[in-house]
Design a protein around this ligand. Structure first.
Ligand SMILES: *Cc1c(COP(=O)(O)O)cnc(C)c1O
Length: 368
């Protein structure tokens, strides 16, 4: 089926026809074939994240990415005696703070301007000032702006202090090379509909086995009990607690095959980066300006300032949609902006086509 438009939004994103076609099978969750697929997905995820199966396990959890984040926060952090520090430079860091508030977890928010990356020096200072911190959470690719935060520089600070680390790598895992073994983080979270290019329906967590084993009874939510989900998946390989998104898991299994066919994470990263470079250069040539500095820009999504104070974003959006492209509104609270994603089944030639459509829009607007 011809798609009416290409999604240039970082999740849900444009998937291949073969990923969509994989959803045409109805599988029972108890069926051994289906359970084998779940187990295969779990082990492939460890490989994508470069996490050794001896030290790490992967747990799948129903829901969107935030369900995975909430399951991790609510399971990893016990109800008593813990203090969470959160590095915040956008809406997704703020979401972790909101989750902590719901769970009444004492937390210290270290906030940065939305157009700045998390600064390891300031984190080191904050950790020194608060030696009672037990857990630390941060975002790798902050999708609010497209900033890639330096998790590799923060992790050693946490390990030196024996602080349990939680990384939201939702919009980077599979599209930006990273090694959980090298980082040594305790929990790393992502979901089906981001860089692995599946469809929405579940989140997953790469968890350090030793740490996870100590979290029995911590969860304050039955459905979001990561420990219990792990226990079920371990005792009955491939079994989820409660109904799982069977079609989504099939699509995801196909998406993992296609990631391998593309040449793995490094190759996918190169394609995303090229998309982003063509986009960023082309948009600047059309007169748009960037919200964040190229030095902290990641390959996932790019924010552009409104060209004029009276810029009619809804009109621009509808024009692009009618011409085959769906983009994202801005999420930066201080600067009126919009965002264009560069991930999914998208190539540099798609981005060039988008730039042509935007040039046409500008031409029409200026001739009125
Ligand atoms: C997409 C995303 C999430 C999860 O969002 P959902 O809407 O719940 O899927 C969390 N963190 C980051 C950085 C994301 O990009």
């Amino acid at each position: 089926m011809k798609q009416p438009y290409l999604l240039l939004t970082p999740g849900p994103l444009s998937t291949t026809a073969t990923v969509k076609a994989a959803m045409q099978i109805d599988y029972c969750t108890w069926d051994q074939d289906y359970r084998n697929i779940t187990e295969s997905v779990r082990s492939q995820l460890l490989a994508v994240a470069q996490a050794s199966p001896e030290r790490y396990t992967s747990i799948l959890i129903q829901g969107s990415g935030s369900y995975g984040v909430e399951a991790t926060i609510g399971t990893a952090i016990p109800p008593e005696g813990a203090l969470l520090m959160i590095a915040i430079n956008g809406a997704y860091g703020q979401r972790i703070s909101d989750i902590a508030a719901y769970y009444q977890i004492p937390h210290i928010d270290i906030c940065f301007d939305e157009d700045q990356a998390v600064d390891p020096a300031r984190i080191a200072q904050a950790l020194d000032a608060h030696p009672e911190v037990t857990h630390f959470a941060m975002i790798h690719s902050e999708t609010t702006t497209g900033i890639l935060n330096p998790i590799d520089q923060i992790m050693p600070l946490l390990k030196a202090r024996h602080i349990i680390s939680i990384i939201d790598a939702m919009s980077s895992l599979g599209g930006v090379p990273l090694s959980v073994d090298q980082l040594g983080c305790d929990y790393l979270i992502s979901s089906a509909n981001k860089c692995i290019q599946g469809v929405p329906g579940f989140a997953f967590v790469i968890a350090n086995r030793q740490q996870l084993a100590q979290t029995a009874g911590n969860a304050r939510s039955l459905c979001l009990d990561l420990y219990d989900q792990w226990q079920t998946m371990t005792k009955f390989p491939g079994k989820w607690r409660f109904t799982s998104p069977t079609h989504v898991v099939h699509a995801f299994s196909q998406a993992l095959k296609e990631l391998a066919l593309e040449g793995g994470v490094t190759k996918r990263y190169q394609r995303y980066r090229e998309n982003q470079e063509v986009l960023s250069t082309g948009m600047q040539q059309l007169g748009f300006t960037l919200v964040i500095q190229p030095a902290v820009q990641g390959p996932i999504i790019t924010s552009f300032k409104y060209p004029t104070p009276t810029f009619d974003f809804p009109h621009f959006y509808q024009f692009l949609k009618a011409h085959g492209f769906v983009i994202y509104p801005g999420k930066v609270t201080t600067t009126p902006s919009f965002r264009i994603g560069s991930i999914g089944d998208v190539t540099p030639s798609d981005i060039k086509q988008l730039l042509t459509v935007i040039a046409t829009y500008q031409h029409q607007a200026s001739s009125h």
